[in-house]
Design a binder for this molecule. Structure first.
Ligand code: HEC
Length: 123
């Protein structure tokens, strides 16, 4: 009987420890690769604002295409120019890469592709 209680206690402690470890993991692991349903408001807006709109906007250097709204970003991806220039696949018609400061992390590019695959969810 004593052994059984000890065993139950042991299992309880192990279970709690494992869940504590897991929750710790999730805050240190690259959060971006866990996003399964990216939206414009939650994810895309900040990516394009921090990497592109200092140039590609009315208030930036007014370089086309503008990438400040849902419609503009969706448009740029739908017509192929955005993914072509940020991911530079072999069949890309641009030789340069955006942003000019350097290629974005692959996780960011993959998140944009996932947003496209999922049908450009806005909210
Ligand atoms: C520092 C300014 C700057 C930033 C930041 C920037 N761009 Fe650009 N972008 C330019 C300039 C200048 C051109 C035109 C010359 C060229 O193609 O290199 C351009 C061209 C482009 C073009 C081709 C436009 C055309 O008509 O052919 C696309 C698409 C583009 N950028 C997308 C992006 C995206 C997406 C980002 C963010 C991930 C970004 N750019 C960030 C300056 C910038």
């Amino acid at each position: 009987m004593k052994k059984t209680i000890q065993l139950i206690l042991f299992i309880a402690v192990v279970t709690i420890s494992i869940s504590a470890l897991n929750s710790c993991d999730s805050s240190t692991y690259e959060e971006i690769s866990k996003i399964t349903n990216p939206t414009y408001e939650a994810n895309m807006k900040s990516i394009f604002t921090s990497n592109c709109t200092s140039c590609h906007s009315e208030n930036g250097t007014q370089q086309s295409p503008y990438l400040t709204t849902y419609a503009e970003v969706k448009d740029g991806i739908e017509n192929g120019v955005v993914l072509c220039i940020i991911d530079n696949p072999e069949d890309c018609f641009y030789s340069d890469i955006m942003p000019p400061a350097g290629r974005m992390p692959q996780t960011t590019i993959d998140l944009i592709k996932l947003w496209q695959t999922n049908g450009y969810v806005e909210q």
